[in-house]
Design a protein around this ligand. Structure first.
Ligand SMILES: C[S@@+](CC[C@H](N)C(=O)[O-])C[C@H]1O[C@@H](n2cnc3c(N)ncnc32)[C@H](O)[C@@H]1O
Length: 317
């Protein structure tokens, strides 16, 4: 069926409303490539009918298959490398030093647009490398994505040989993975840190905690500028003052306003809330600590002693 420019606009407008992916008329070929199989699969006559059905309250299954068809889920372990180096050698040690001083052993991380989970696992491995006494910490990595298919794979923790060989140093494969049928499984000590949840970044989000570290990489590149700015501003409100936000290697937040303070580490830039540019009260200025009234006869929790070498001054292995 020959689609008119108005038809293409109608289809692309709906996809943008559904998941934020903004397509212009040069991407018309995607309708044939990605939507025609869905038209067949749902026994419909045209992409227009597909969209009409998706818009109906009963169109949940079609909406889901549209999301799966239109999203790009490319990812791999330690993608771009330098953000993980910045995490390991700058952002995380500085954060841990502050936490240790405040006797706050809670670490909350969000891998937003986590795809099949390699990013969350990579963060988990970095944390494991940096915190030898992990059992004394309360660490959670929330991995969210709009794609149920991607999350279903992420939840298995199993990756093919090719996926594991792409990006992972050999010593990490032997330390953090075990061979299973079909590939390799990430070790439980990392996998159990991660909670997977379906979440559309366009929708308002609320969490019971702040996030010390947010990775939101290679997803906002598909969004209109105003959607991207709104997303990162909403994320900023979920961070403590020393929280860090990592975006993709080809992305920057320079056009998002002075609220985002760029921090440099070698080849990587990450962002922290710029308190001077934010209205008072936007950012939680005190690093939250767990304060429990002591029970009679029970000694107060032993403060976690700052080790002789702090996290940030530890020699690099
Ligand atoms: C290219 S992958 C990036 C994965 C990982 N962050 C990385 O950099 O390797 C983009 C991911 O964004 C997800 N995505 C696209 N639109 C989304 C939305 N509106 N809300 C949440 N996730 C979305 C896709 O399903 C896909 O898994």
């Amino acid at each position: 069926m020959q689609l008119t420019p108005t038809n293409v606009e109608f289809i692309f407008d709906y996809i943008e409303d559904l998941c934020g992916i903004a397509l212009d008329d040069t991407k018309g070929y995607l309708i044939e490539a990605r939507l025609s199989p869905l038209v067949k699969q749902h026994a419909l006559k045209s992409p227009m009918e597909l969209i009409e059905k998706a818009k109906q309250p009963s169109g949940e299954a079609i909406r889901k298959s549209l999301v799966e068809a239109m999203t790009t889920r490319e990812t791999f372990f330690f993608r771009d490398n330098s953000p993980f180096e910045a995490l390991q050698f700058k952002a995380l040690p500085e954060l841990l030093d502050v936490k240790v001083k405040a006797n706050n052993r809670k670490l909350r991380v969000w891998s937003a647009a986590a795809s099949t989970g390699q990013e969350a696992c990579s963060i988990g491995m970095v944390i494991c490398e940096m915190i030898p006494d992990m059992h004394k910490w309360d660490i959670q990595i929330l991995a969210t994505d709009i794609s149920e298919d991607a999350l279903a794979k992420a939840r298995t923790g199993i990756y093919t040989k090719m996926e594991v060989e792409r990006g992972l140093p050999k010593q990490y494969v032997s330390k953090y993975f075990s061979p299973v049928s079909g590939g390799y499984k990430i070790t439980d000590s990392i996998h159990r840190l991660i909670r997977f949840q379906q979440l559309n970044l366009l929708a308002p989000f609320q969490f019971p905690n702040l996030f010390d570290i947010i990775f939101c990489r290679n997803v906002a590149i598909y969004f209109e500028k105003k959607v991207k700015i709104d997303l990162f501003r909403r994320m900023l409100k979920l961070m403590p003052q020393n929280g860090t936000l990592f975006v993709g290697a080809s992305e920057s937040l320079f056009d998002c306003g002075p609220e985002f303070r760029p921090m440099q580490h070698c080849k990587s830039t990450f962002y922290q809330p710029n308190l001077l540019a934010l209205p008072p009260g936007t950012i939680h200025t005190a690093s939250p600590t767990i304060t429990r009234p002591p029970s009679p006869g029970v000694p107060l929790q032993t403060p976690l002693k700052a080790s002789a070498t702090s996290f940030s001054s530890r020699p690099v292995k």
